[in-house]
Ligand binder design. Structure first.
Ligand code: AMP
Length: 217
């Protein structure tokens, strides 16, 4: 099963991806994670992407094309994959179709996490991450037991560079301008399922799970 998860920043793509992977054992392909790793390691891709990411803007499609082709050339992908944060532009979606066609693959389902912009501000500006184990917290809704420390591994929590109000506004406008057409593109093939992402985490996952159970049949 090959899936996409789409949603505005803060809609819960990361959390839902983890829960989907846990149950369905797919390969997680997050362009955001791949780009952050490239920036951290100072690779040529990282150097090209860094400035765009800090400003909250989308990284150029050519850069994304290269990292996707490279990732899809690895064997583990045969298990089925979950694309998270990709495709983010109509060009990327059209490009992905061509890449998958070459590989004899297709997208079986698109999970669209729906949520209003107003909800996302606290989610994003309050988000804190554990660099050690990847656990995600929110200082407003899901604070760690000890301020600034991970409950699981005691590491010092960090905030993503682009999780501030200024970048968020750019990211949301990029999302509406560029990613909304991606949803419309996939609507034409009948694979999109809309999920209410404002609900409690367990309920959001239950709704996604029901969709995926249906796809597996
Ligand atoms: P994310 O972790 O998915 O929120 O992505 C963080 C940032 O990485 C975005 O704000 C963009 O700057 C960049 N990025 C991630 N995925 C893509 C993509 N598919 N196309 C363009 N830029 C991306």
């Amino acid at each position: 099963m090959n899936l996409l998860i789409i949603g505005a920043p803060g809609a819960g793509k990361g959390t839902m991806s983890e829960m989907i992977l846990d149950k369905y054992h797919l390969i997680h392909v997050s362009t955001g994670d791949m780009l952050r790793a490239a920036v951290k390691n100072g690779t040529p891709v990282g150097l090209k992407a860094q400035e765009y990411m800090n400003r909250g803007e989308l990284v150029p499609d050519e850069v994304i094309h290269d990292i996707i082709v490279e990732r899809l050339s690895q064997d583990d992908i045969e298990a089925g994959f979950l694309f998270d944060g990709y495709p983010r532009t109509l060009n990327q979606a059209i490009d992905l179709d061509a890449i998958l066609k070459e590989l004899g693959k297709k997208i079986d389902g698109v999970i669209n996490l729906n949520i209003e912009d107003a909800e996302l501000i606290k989610r994003i500006t309050g988000r804190r991450l554990c660099p050690g184990c990847g656990e995600i917290y929110n200082i407003y809704f899901m604070p760690p037991k000890v301020e600034g420390k991970c409950d699981k591994c005691d590491a010092e929590l960090i905030q993503r560079k682009d999780d501030n109000l200024e970048s968020l506004e750019v990211r949301l406008s990029e999302y509406h301008k560029n990613t909304q057409p991606v949803i419309e593109y996939y609507e034409k093939t009948g694979v999109v399922r809309h999920i209410d992402a404002k609900q409690a985490i367990e309920k959001v996952f239950a709704d996604i799970d029901a969709v995926l159970e249906g796809l597996c049949k």
